[in-house]
Design a protein around this ligand. Structure first.
Ligand code: SF4
Length: 367
């Protein structure tokens, strides 16, 4: 079993960000801890744990590193008091580089955090300013050094590619700088435009021209080549790791394991059911204070939905899917185009195939 905690606070909204966040100069850590633990008390009691132990805990956001160490301690201590965890439990904390001080990192490690996912995005000052990031490029290196020094074993860096050509960002240089820091894991995301974000508004009024798709594709393939040349495992379309440093929490999502998510906007899932919490912090807080359910919606999956989800998630990863789950004509065509390969009775997409992931899975909808 797996647990996700959503911590929604950020100092400002990044230009491309569509996540459920609450922009706060001062993070209400105490109020958040109280609300989350109240939800945990109810959900933990009702959740079908069936005697399992927690294998992973993921603190995502928002910016979990902006929560006070006292609140993080209160949350993790209570969760571990109520739920057994495996001896090698993976505990991930998402962090922004400016929050990684020696004192914070020490406390995170003492709490059992053994994996930090660092929102780096780029080392280029112009790109960071354009993205509304709150850190400078030099803070990324200092954060990685600090985390390694205090003994946090697994450090991941997030990088964004496919920025507009007008942004003077050198992707090759960013990749080299990222690898030079010797992280254990990289998450690589293409810039996407969501409505209601600052970027969405800039694009609407013609202030920003997006990069052509070929630029994002070239940058993705360049990253893939560097990952493979380094002996790393590009194990999911957006994720690569030193062998053995893959994110166990995210692998659980792609393998359709059950997980409980708590906090504003958090999603939970069992094999046949998905549910999600109310999105906004103030709404969430009010519901908890009134002892109302935080769950906003849920859906039961049909057999056809489960099958399509298994295909989609399987093809995202190097695990692929059983070859018999894809029409033989389709598998043959994908192989001829260089989009997929068959190994040990499993069909898996190549990097070229991952560039077309949604379209390829779309063709399987009616099979
Ligand atoms: S730090 Fe992350 S969650 Fe917060 S606004 Fe930026 S991208 Fe969104």
């Amino acid at each position: 079993m797996h647990l996700y905690l959503h911590i929604p606070f950020c100092a400002r909204r990044c230009s491309y960000c569509d996540f459920a966040i609450a922009v706060r100069r001062t993070v209400p850590s105490g109020a958040f801890q109280t609300a989350l633990l109240q939800e945990w008390e109810v959900r933990n009691r009702e959740w079908p744990w069936e005697g399992t132990t927690l294998r992973t805990i993921y603190l995502g956001g928002g910016t979990p590193s902006s929560l006070s160490p006292e609140a993080l301690t209160g949350l993790l201590t209570q969760i571990r008091a109520n739920r057994a965890v495996t001896a090698d439990v993976e505990i991930t904390l998402e962090a922004n580089p400016e929050d990684v001080t020696t004192a914070n990192a020490e406390q995170w490690r003492q709490l059992g955090v053994n994996r930090v996912s660092l929102g780096a995005q780029s080392f280029d000052p112009g790109a960071l300013t354009w993205m509304h990031r709150t850190h400078g490029g030099d803070q990324i290196g200092r954060a990685v050094t600090t985390l390694k020094r205090v003994g946090i074993a697994n450090v991941s860096l997030d990088l964004i590619f496919g920025l507009p050509e007008a942004i003077p960002r050198d992707w090759s240089r960013d990749l080299r700088m990222a690898f030079a820091l010797e992280p254990d894991h990289l998450s690589l995301y293409a810039l996407t435009v969501e409505p209601h974000t600052p970027l969405g508004k800039w694009v609407d009024r013609g202030a920003v021209r997006l990069a052509p798709e070929s630029r994002a594709a070239d940058e993705f393939l360049e990253a893939h080549e560097m990952i493979v040349a380094r002996g790393w495992h590009h194990y999911e379309v957006s994720n690569a790791a030193r062998p053995g440093a893959e994110s166990r929490h995210n692998l659980a999502y792609w393998r359709r394991a059950s997980y409980l998510g708590i906090g504003p906007s958090a999603h939970s899932a069992t094999q046949e059911r998905r549910m999600w919490n109310v999105r906004h912090w103030e709404d969430y807080r009010q519901r908890v204070a009134l002892s109302q359910s935080t769950i906003e919606g849920e859906e039961h999956l049909t057999a056809a939905q489960i099958r399509l989800e298994e295909l989609y998630l399987g093809l995202r990863t190097t695990q692929g899917v059983p070859v018999e789950d894809v029409p033989s004509q389709t598998a043959m065509q994908w192989g001829q185009e260089g989009w997929a390969e068959t190994r040990h009775d499993r069909l898996r997409l190549t990097a070229l195939g991952w560039l077309r992931l949604d379209a390829l899975v779309g063709t399987l909808r009616d099979f």
